[in-house]
Ligand binder design. Structure first.
Ligand code: ATP
Ligand code: MG
Length: 158
């Protein structure tokens, strides 16, 4: 369906901001104008739930998580960044593989199956989008995805 993306993101982030653990803060940077995306919002919610849960799961006490949405020419870019443990450069692409988890010993206690980002990648690609990870070990991680923007409706004459 056609979704106004900025309002949609605002509502998704709201659900997480009510009961944040460990003094974490969740900040949003959203564009002022409306952006329309053709998407299955249940599936997109599954993607965002995993990415934001990961950011929370791998954040230190008092860490800051930022959710940023930027409108580009033909795409809308969404980024979730945290100040957590980070992902080693050589594993940045593998985190999107099924069942892949960085450092089994470290993540075992944090729970999870290693499927979240693999499913996120499938769902984003099914929306003709792209997803990728940037990280610096010990400094934090940013997960980004971009989705095609719907074109503005044109008048009859154009
Ligand atoms: P699930 O999502 O199935 O509950 P999971 O969170 O371990 O399990 P993914 O969401 O697919 O699995 O993430 C894969 C791995 O990538 C994680 O196990 C973790 O090692 C690493 N990872 C993902 N997000 C972050 C992050 N924000 N900071 C640090 N490491 C991360
Ligand atoms: Mg996960």
């Amino acid at each position: 369906e056609r979704v106004e993306y900025v309002k949609y993101i605002d509502q998704v982030v709201d659900r997480f901001s009510f009961n944040l653990k460990d003094g974490l803060s969740l900040t949003r940077n959203l564009p002022k104008d409306h952006c329309y995306v053709w998407m299955d919002s249940d599936k997109l919610t599954q993607v965002l739930d995993n990415i934001i849960s990961n950011a929370i799961k791998y954040s230190p006490e008092g860490g800051e998580i930022n959710v940023t949405v930027k409108k580009e020419r033909h795409h809308i870019l969404t980024q979730v960044s945290d100040e957590g443990v980070g992902i080693p450069t050589e594993n940045l692409e593998k985190v999107f593989d099924r069942f892949y988890r960085v450092d089994k010993a470290r993540t075992r206690q944090l729970g999870g199956t290693g499927l979240g980002l693999a499913i996120a990648k499938e769902l984003i690609e099914a929306h003709d989008g792209k997803i990728w990870a940037d990280s610096r070990e010990g400094k934090g991680t940013t997960i980004s995805f971009s989705l095609p923007l719907m074109r503005k409706k044109r008048g009859r004459s154009s």
